[in-house]
Design a protein around this ligand. Structure first.
Ligand code: ZN
Length: 132
């Protein structure tokens, strides 16, 4: 969904469809106390520098042209989430496991393709050896 101004509309916390982005119509804050500050800490600006995990994920996915796949997006999402560093130790461990799972799916066909290329080159080399 996009706002009339061209910004992507963030889904509302209430699940109610929104017609405007947060720039045009800032979200009304009804929560009191220290909650808004806690929520604000989770928000990462979209133009923030990618963290170490996201950079590594982008490099791996980019090398095999898998950045714009569903699994690739899942990898980047998990990497970004971990890079924010807002999780407890056990949460990080669980997210790392999911990240590596998603990464395996994202790179699956690609590594097999690379393997078969290697195999082909080995066969060619073997053939050349025989005829030489
Ligand atoms: Zn807007």
């Amino acid at each position: 969904m996009r706002c009339k101004c061209g910004n992507v509309i963030e889904p509302s916390a209430t699940g109610r469809p929104r017609k405007w982005c947060t720039d045009c119509r800032p979200v009304r804050t009804t929560v009191k106390g220290d909650q808004p500050a806690a929520l604000a800490a989770v928000v990462v600006p979209p133009d923030a520098e990618p963290g170490p995990l996201e950079r590594a994920a982008l490099a791996e996915l980019g090398a095999v042209d898998r950045v714009e796949t569903l699994a690739g997006a899942a990898v980047l999402d998990l990497a970004r989430s971990l890079d924010q560093g807002l999780h407890t130790g056990s949460q990080r461990a669980a997210l790392h496991a999911r990240l590596l799972d998603a990464r395996r799916v994202a790179l699956e066909g690609a590594s097999r393709k690379a393997d078969s290329v290697d195999e082909l080159q080995q066969r060619r080399r073997a053939l050349r050896g025989r005829t030489a």
